[in-house]
Ligand binder design. Sequence first.
Ligand code: GYE
Length: 628
Amino acid sequence: MSKKIGYRTVIFAASIGFLILLIYNYSITDGKGEEEQEIDYVIGVSQPNLLEPWQLLMHEELSTEAAKYNNIRVIYTDAAQSTKQQIEDIHTLKAYGIDLLIVSIDNSTALTPVISKIYEEIPVIVLGRGVKGYNYTLYIGSDHYFIGEMAAEAAMDLLGDKGENIIEIKGVTSAQQAEKRSKGFRETILKKSEYKITDSVVADWQRDKAEDRLKELLQYRLNLPNLIYAHNDAMALGAYKAIKALNVKDIIIIGSDGVNKPNGGLQLIKEEKIDTTFITPTGGKEAVQYAMEILNQETEIPKKIILRNHQVTRKNVNEYLQKKDEEIHFQKKENIEVTLGFAQVGNESEFRAANTDSIITAAETEGVNLILENAYNNQEKQIEIIRGFIEQGVDVIAFSPKVEHGWEEVLQEAKDAGIPVILSDRQIKVNDSSLWTSFIGSDFVEEGRRAARWLVNENNETEDVTHIIELEGTRNSGPAIGRKLGFEEVLQGYPTYQILESLQGDFTFAKGKEMMNTALIRYGHVIDVVYAHNDDMAIGAIEAIEEFGLQPGTDIKIISIDATQKAFAALSTGKLNFSVECNPLLGPQLMKAAKDLKMGKEIPMKIITSEETFTQEEAKQEMKKRNY
Ligand code: GYE
């Protein structure tokens, strides 16, 4: 048989083999499964397993939502709990030519570099379980640290003062969500000395493993635990089975996920096998909806959608199930009438002016009845405005909190009045997170990190000490606290970078200039870098430096945050060196959230905007396209 014929047979066999592999490993569905449909996009879905009830529910929600679109094909893969297989699946899907990847992972360390690589070429939605860093298009899922915190609060409620013996059952330890749930739980519960975590076992999200591990542990123990915190309901059921087999009573069991299926968390609570659980939405439905928005290149795709986790107990399980039922029969209403009361913090900066415009314009576009009042940077005034909205009986209240603290009282009044509250661009610190419904804005800590990363990369040649002046934003405000934290977090690794002084510039041009003058008098030529928490203070500093006789951008490097048009002008003239974007155009997201709330629809707990950074070169290219 000539070499040529042999060669062809091999090729033919290989392609048949590949096709069989494709059909065997992956299930393919066209939207409506009708062959002749025009397929615009192919979406690849990679899941770590279809063993866990939660991953099964995710698959169900993904395929149910995908079935609503007849111009897509979705290829699903199941890695059967093998990280190696999941990496192969993702590469095979990519080789198959998918337009977008939806991926849920177990092993964030191994999968993060793989996903970052894919993200260089196609959009990637990370679902339910996070990766390290920001190399993806959109993350949809829960705040797993927050789930751990809630579990600790629930444990302290259930235990009262007898908590000297707690056991933790962990999921796959390489998974970020297990790590964060454990951290949230421990950092919250161990604040109180009367609580002790005496043991922890790893059961990889599996019921049987949890049962076996716990039996092994409890068999030879004298003192039995008061409470068992399992990172998911499957392991909580395993714990229940273990203590039942050992004929032990009165041990509190806390789970997580709250899947409404046989042996799912809600059923286990109804059967009084576990005490409480936390609904962990899979995000499957939202993932397909956002995938279509991304593929249709719709604008304003956020970076993170953090879904809210509701606690379900034996007391509220029926009420929760009824609410779920109503949601299933939820009908979207067109032309919904909604009155939104917005308490703006002030008009301190270019960002703020663009933010206020975006809100007013979006309200007009969306037909929302907007009542916007300005507090001119005064918290008491802002509280007074919010009280006014409660008296007026608006449908939804939104505000940009001047500072993080001091909102409990007025927000409790809004809650008592049944008016949901949206936090716009700045977050607050309250013990009871049910006092606010949603946050729409940026990740300020990451903004601070980005500013510092540019500086250390920009300056990596020199061993000399780099002296920095920090111009801080409004004291105790979310952005000032976060931007300082992120900047210092990165600089910790670089001892030659020293912050000479942090001066209070209150996010304004005038204060920024005044503080820079103070710094120049105190430190003069010693100053190498100015890190300004926003553009306005940076522009003020530029003027002060010029008046001092030095060249901004050259003698003193300047980094700012917001990336408004003013910053772009300074970047393109070389007076500013780097700017980190903070997106003020939150109007459209805000109006969508207000309408959804009025229609009784559950909205995400957090919508984190997607942002970039700009060097002088990038600003010159982008300048014309900048719309604020
Ligand atoms: O960076 C600054 C404004 O709250 C994120 O407030 C906002 C900040 C913004 O004064 O310019």
